[in-house]
Design a binder for this molecule. Sequence first.
Ligand SMILES: Nc1ncnc2c1ncn2[C@@H]1O[C@H](COP(=O)(O)OP(=O)(O)OP(=O)(O)O)[C@@H](O)[C@H]1O
Ligand SMILES: [Mg+2]
Length: 207
Amino acid sequence: MSPVAERVLAVLRDSVSPINAAAVFRRAISVSRLDEDTLEPSELPRLLPALETSLSVFVAPASAKAIVDRLRDGPRSQPRAGTTLPLETDEDLGRARMLARSMAAEESASSYVAQKIATVVSELGRNVLRYAQRGTIEMRVLETPRVVRIVVIDGGPGIPNLPEILAGRHRSKTGMGRGLLGTERLAQRFEIETGASGTRVLAEVAL
Ligand SMILES: Nc1ncnc2c1ncn2[C@@H]1O[C@H](COP(=O)(O)OP(=O)(O)OP(=O)(O)O)[C@@H](O)[C@H]1O
Ligand SMILES: [Mg+2]
């Protein structure tokens, strides 16, 4: 199999099972009369329409299109730039949630994964507004492992009782007291740095 063919298959496997990825790929190759052993980048424009059609059997048409667009964009030698948004008002938090949703859709994330990402953004963003008044939120997609990385930074008072909170021994005055713990559970990597000059939370959710 040629390197381009390998990459097409790898992208398909991100979205459907390996067996279905192979089926989709073979069908598209045969319909477009190409050869997986000699497939070249210049032949992708011939393959992609067939790929989108056969993918639509397994995923929603919008997802099929997003997956094929990823292939059309070419391999990502550079990680894509993240987007940083200010967090100061409820509207800012709404925008951050919308960005999270659209990022998840662009990555053809399942609705379950999209919900996880939106929840993490909501919980961390809400904490900034409530306890630190203002901060920033950055979201970016990383490829290996494929995750959405969310970094929330504020210059607030810090979280003095963090160990207690992470051990589940904290009772919140204002909320359920489950925002950080819930986020930790949804994330495959979770880090908090906090001190008198502010808090930085990093959470990575698998795509
Ligand atoms: N960015 C922050 N700056 C300062 N303190 C924070 C920050 N985020 C959280 N905290 C503190 O950590 C506690 C636990 O936060 P967590 O989000 O887990 O629960 P909560 O916000 O109290 O309730 P919930 O999120 O369930 O509504 C908060 O009550 C608050 O005291
Ligand atoms: Mg909270």
